[in-house]
Design a protein around this ligand. Structure first.
Ligand code: URP
Ligand code: ZN
Ligand code: ZN
Length: 483
């Protein structure tokens, strides 16, 4: 009788801390044994000495979020999760977004309906807090945190989403009290609004001017302010989609002062520059995202930040809008001014192959750092560890077997998203996950999908940080005032 449902033989395993060769025995969807010459499995997979890594965790992706003005995200939970799985990701955490003035619980229920029957891999939800009223922070959010929605994103920019500093303090004080994680989109809204108006008055409205309207200084200021507010409350925060040198410097400065400021970046800031927004015939719209890609020096600063530990997470910020589509990038017309182009780029499938090839393959980061950035750190920061994010006995058997010997040229037809382009078209990389397991089931086999939509399970997140009473004088004061 076989001891294991599945045994992966000859695996070259890397976790965030260790590298070793072994067989992996899987039972009940979990890793049951790691060792040499394990007993037979019902199914045997020969990894042939290739890397077997924890499945990726993409903790920043936008799928089927309700949008205004006839705009639609390209990917829902079906296409988004299939695309993610093909790129070696086995857990996704998109956003249930509160409508201004709306109920957060209603947003979560709506998002569960949108997900129902669709994901091929496991998923959790972050919340987007657009309206942190007394009722939301006092009643809805505590109950949601208890139910496993333990992280939320707040915005310093975007009409309808942005919070002022007082509101941000309220949210951070809540996060500290509950032990929840706050993700911050850090850009100065008034500066962007002012610059946008001036650019429009000067007739400079092509996609390239999106980058001009949101310069690095605007992100630097937002990042510094977010750090300051978190310091006042003495609470950890994670600055999302950090684009370059100036914001990296702020985060490094905060970390050097002992503050618990975490950083996330994305492939668009490693491989694109503002010049990609300057392509002719509106093609630049394909790379319009916020913050915008910067320049080569900023790319280098982000790579340095990955290697040196400034960043804990590389996510995709997959926010895919189809290019040739009246509900996508051209929703406001085929020559829309930059301020009307939906923000975001696709990348849920290419996130890990790009980081693996250009990071590990080119010697910029080692394989353990890759695992940490791609999977483990996110699991820890968002309360999914050790169920997700590592290869250890008892953890879910979420695994990716990587072929690191074949060159692949990225092209739209290779990908499984529902977007109609990739910003990385024509880029040749080395390394792609060929076989992917989710809870022990092979969901991608030699590059082909082998999973029914809806098999993915919803994950309730634990609290990432212990709930604590306010520690600093400012924090105590805020607590008192809120009591
Ligand atoms: O341009 C971007 N990043 N779009 C997605 C929304 C966000 O702010 O992350
Ligand atoms: Zn954002
Ligand atoms: Zn985003």
């Amino acid at each position: 009788m076989a001891d294991f449902e599945t045994v992966i033989r000859n695996a070259h395993v890397a976790t965030a801390s260790d590298t070793f060769r072994c067989d992996i025995g899987i039972a009940g969807g979990r890793i049951a044994a790691l060792g040499a010459r394990l007993a037979a499995g019902h199914r045997e997979i020969d990894a042939g000495g290739r890397w077997v890594l924890p499945g990726g965790i993409d903790t920043h992706c936008h799928l089927d979020q309700p949008m205004a003005d006839g705009v639609e995200f390209a990917d829902d939970f079906r296409s988004g999760s299939i695309s993610a799985a093909h790129g070696g990701t086995t857990t996704i955490v998109p956003f249930a977004a509160q409508q201004p003035g709306g109920s957060l619980r209603a947003a979560v229920e709506d998002y569960h309906r949108r997900a129902a029957g669709k994901p091929v891999i496991d998923y959790a939800f972050h919340l987007i807090l657009a309206d942190p009223s007394e009722r939301v922070l006092g009643q809805e959010l505590p109950a949601l945190v208890r139910d496993g929605y333990t992280s939320f994103k707040i915005y310093m920019t975007y009409e309808g989403l942005k919070l002022n500093d007082r509101q941000i303090l309220d949210v951070l004080a809540f996060a500290r009290r509950e032990g929840a994680m706050t993700m911050v989109h850090a850009e100065n809204s008034d500066c962007i609004g002012w610059l946008t108006e001036k650019l429009e008055q000067a007739g400079r409205t092509s996609p390239y001017y999106h980058a001009v309207s949101r310069p690095a200084a605007v992100e630097r200021e937002g990042t510094h302010r977010a750090i300051t507010l978190a310091e006042l409350i003495d609470v950890p925060i994670l600055i999302v989609h950090v684009s370059g040198l100036e914001a990296v410097e702020q985060i490094r400065w905060a970390q050097s002062r002992g503050l618990r400021i975490y950083g996330e970046t994305c492939p668009q800031y490693l491989f694109l520059t503002a010049d990609d927004l300057d392509k002719p015939d509106f093609e630049g719209a394909k790379c319009v995202c916020s913050p915008p890609p910067r320049d080569k020096a900023s790319q280098q600063a982000v790579w340095n930040g990955l290697a040196s530990g400034v960043f804990q997470v590389v996510s995709s910020d997959h926010a895919a809008f189809r290019y040739d589509d009246p509900k996508g990038k051209k929703a406001a017309g085929t020559r829309a001014p930059f301020a009307k182009i939906p923000n975001g780029v696709p990348g849920i499938e290419t996130r890990l192959p790009l980081l693996f090839s250009e990071g590990v393959g080119k010697g910029r980061i080692d394989i353990n750092k890759f695992v940490a950035l791609a999977s483990t750190n996110a699991a820890k920061l968002y309360g999914l560890y050790p169920r997700k994010g590592t290869i250890a006995i008892g953890s879910d058997a979420d695994l990716a077997i990587w072929d690191d010997s074949t060159d692949i040229t990225i092209t739209q037809s290779l990908l499984h998203h529902n977007c109609d382009y990739t910003p990385y078209e024509g880029m040749t990389i080395r390394g792609w996950p060929t076989t992917v397991l989710s809870r022990g089931e092979v969901v991608v086999e030699n590059g082909a999908l082998n999973a029914e939509p809806g098999r993915g399970q919803f994950l309730r997140c634990d609290l990432p940080a212990p709930a604590r009473p306010a520690g600093t004088a400012y924090g105590r004061l805020v607590e008192e005032l809120r009591a």
